[in-house]
Design a binder for this molecule. Structure first.
Ligand code: NAD
Ligand code: UD1
Length: 336
């Protein structure tokens, strides 16, 4: 079985490639390396002892994608390629619609042309907006506050329309909660360019001395310690959810959404303390203002993925922090 992984050199994509290869799948990666480097795929090969066939290609490049499908028999696609910085998306919305939405449409058209109708899509818990917690797949989606989140909602809707137009499609929408952590080898992990937007890479860079101080965005929320609550999930657990989803779409048709989270909420201070324990370092942080657009608290009801995909998160927050710190200390300057 051959799986095409778009965005396979990225953070979640690379961890998923490892799990696919370890499970015996052949993997073809398409990535334009906008937010990653080819070396990541060399490291995936090193971890697994297997080869990743790779194409430097933008998913908006129809001819390039068609070549990939001509040269390989693709059984299913896992579609990670996309831009993900919420703040940037509010400044450059058209770039986000062009890259994420238009790019996805080109991909779906090329898949249709080559009669490949099985896809796992990287969606996000952000599609739930302001719903009661825990979030369930049956809740309404689309009340989203930023263009990035809207691209996820729109692509989910497009895939829904596609299935309603042709019931041979088999589509899995994975709504990720907050993926953090790194592969236990320390060879791959989250390596954002510039100053990180997200909590864990920021903490990690403060701990290693690359950034002076973490600002906790808000200490006056109506939560147990005043800081925001999120559902943090180990990236390897998340990667394994893709294997379960692929197994499912290969044997069925239909469209289903699944929450991929731990089902537990941790505060920003919980994460800081777990990281201090894992790294043995005292973290320099201050409580600052709230960040615009942040919701006080959300976490997953992951029952549907547990029962229908037979997927369960294995790793706790301590293991997540240990693996993050291991990756950070082994790659103080990131992956070059
Ligand atoms: P990432 O930036 O590390 O990986 C995305 C990869 O896609 C990168 O390698 C990038 O170079 C590539 N890419 C981007 N646009 C492309 C294009 N037009 N053509 C080809 N390649 C392109 O991000 P990630 O954290 O691994 O996220 C993967 C997916 O999961 C994204 O779609 C993201 O929106 C979604 N997601 C991520 C999170 C998270 O917290 N990391 C949460 C929810 C959903
Ligand atoms: C963010 C996005 C979400 C996206 C996800 C993955 C927003 C509003 N949401 O989720 O749409 O799917 O990233 O890209 O941007 N925090 C600090 N200090 C920091 C950084 C973060 O206190 O320097 C706090 C935040 O307020 C939040 C928590 O840490 O409570 C997690 O933040 P982050 O890692 O950015 O993820 P989300 O905001 O949950």
């Amino acid at each position: 079985m051959t799986i095409l992984v778009t965005g396979g050199a990225g953070y979640i994509g690379s961890h998923t490639c490892v799990e696919l290869l370890n499970d015996g799948y052949d993997v073809v990666v398409v990535d334009n390396y906008y937010n990653s480097v080819p070396e990541v795929l060399n490291r995936v090969e090193k971890i697994t002892g297997k080869t990743v066939k790779r194409y430097e290609c933008d998913i908006r490049d129809r001819e390039g994608l068609e070549k990939v499908f001509e040269e390989n028999t693709i059984d299913a696609v896992i579609h990670f390629a996309g831009l993900k910085a919420v703040g940037e998306s509010t400044k450059l919305p058209l770039l986000y619609y062009q890259n994420n939405v238009y790019g996805s449409v080109v991909l779906f058209e090329v898949m249709s042309k080559f009669d490949c109708k099985k896809i796992v899509f990287s969606s996000s818990a952000t599609v739930y907006g302001n719903n009661p917690i825990p979030y369930k797949e049956t809740m309404p989606t689309g009340d989203v506050s930023n263009p990035y989140g809207r691209t996820k909602h729109f692509i989910e809707q497009i895939l829904g329309d596609l299935y309603r137009s042709d019931d041979q499609w088999s589509i899995s929408l994975l709504r990720y909660f907050n993926p953090i952590g790194a592969h236990e080898s320390g060879l791959i992990g989250e390596d954002p360019n510039g100053i990180p937007n997200n909590l864990m890479p920021y903490i990690s860079r403060v701990a290693i001395g690359k950034l002076p101080q973490l600002t906790v965005f808000g200490g006056d929320y109506d939560t147990k310690d005043g800081t925001c609550i999120r559902d943090y999930i180990h990236v390897v657990d998340l990667a394994k959810a893709h294997l379960c989803a692929v197994a499912k779409i290969l044997e069925t048709t239909g469209i289903e959404a699944y929450n991929i989270g731990n089902g537990k909420g941790y505060s920003v201070l919980d994460i800081i303390h777990a990281f201090e324990k894992a790294s043995g370092k005292k973290l320099n942080y201050v409580i600052g203002d709230r960040r615009e657009g942040d919701l006080p608290a959300y976490y997953a009801d992951a029952e549907k993925a547990n029962t229908e995909l037979n997927w369960h998160a294995e790793y706790d927050i301590d293991k997540i922090c240990e693996d993050t710190w291991n990756f950070q200390t082994k790659n103080p300057d990131g992956i070059k």
